[in-house]
Design a protein around this ligand. Sequence first.
Ligand code: HEM
Length: 416
Amino acid sequence: MTTTDGFPSRVLHPSDPIPDIDLADPDPARAGALDQVFTDLRPTHPVFWHRAKSRPGFWAVIGYAATMQVYRDSGTFSARHGMTIDSLRPDQDPASGMMVEVTDPPEHRRLRRSVGAFFADGVVTDLTPVVDAYVRRLLVEVRERGGTVDFVEAVAAKVPTHAAGLLLGLPLEDLDWITARTAQVFLSGSGTRGDLREAAEQANGELLSYFAKQLRKRGAGDDSLVRRLAAGTANREALSTGEAVLNALNLAIGGTTTTRSVLTNLMEALLRFPETFQALRDEPSAVPSAVEEAVRWANPVRHLARVATRDTELAGMDIRAGDPVLVWPRSANRDESVFAEPHRFDIHRRPNAHIGFAAGPHSCPGTGLARVQLRAVLGHMLDLFSAAEPAGPGELMQSNFLHGYTRLPVRFTPAS
Ligand code: HEM
């Protein structure tokens, strides 16, 4: 039996423990309360059936151990049907087999070698001083301007696009245009400007055309990533034009939207716990562990989608072939069986086995570049300012995929 959305009927599955709560609701006002919902459910329902509400029904995986199992067992939990609940489909994503994010092993390994090798070849080490200098410049400008700034517009939106632009070899004058598009690709639901999903699809299409054009217009001798992906080297196979474009898009979107969200979440944590700002100024060596804690505490990725390839069992639940399975890493990263006092923002947390960068074959290849940016922003902020306080309410983005702010007014006190 199939439902209208094309996924198998769930009539045999256990009842939904949260019939009145929609985890896939993109409304930030309601999404804010989900951390409590997860906390209440985790001990008894690490995996449960979430019946169709605003989106088709799915298995919700909210416990740490079960999330790890889904991430690691890509043979059973396939990524090729789409990455989010809004793009998930019963057949495979049209980009599957070409774009790393929606391709399963063994084909995934070929694409991953091409994409991942750019991070392994010392690229991040070379980019570190350039990113660091750019971040310093931005924050010095913020200090010189004085008064109140929107941290998102002044810092968080700019740094990841700049870093991704350097990685991909994109023209600097295009970066504002790219920032505006990448800010839209994971919006969902309806907003004041109409259907956000339509706007998101349009932004995605525009970015895809942009990368296709970049590849076409570049000539011999050009060393950009898009070009290198298409050309290949002695160690890695050349990608087809379509594959190069799709994976450049994957890198640009994957690299900017997540890092931007973490930067805003980190800032929000510092505003919420001002004693942390002072503690970090007194102990700058804690910056790297504070950055990891920001990724854990306010995980930017709300959910990631998979589809079961075969009947299986997960935390005692019978999952059937064809079932949509969604992991909620924000919840896994607050699992009390793994993290002591999981709701505390603890800049010294050790060990911190968070899964903000995922695990298994699809684990984030951009982790190193993300850390460089996050550490640079936090480090220079602590050096240039002695305090930061909220200068108005922040606005969370409307998305069931990402948790991050679209506006975060801050008043910094310059350090003497
Ligand atoms: C704090 C920032 C970041 C976070 C939290 C993050 C998180 C993630 C997560 C959770 C995944 C796994 C997706 C899945 O399992 O379906 C992923 C994959 C990916 N990320 Fe990141 N990411 C960050 C930064 C970056 C950066 C800076 C880049 C590149 C410039 C990047 C590029 C990618 C790519 C290409 C994938 C797909 C890998 C694959 O499917 O094999 N990410 N990221």
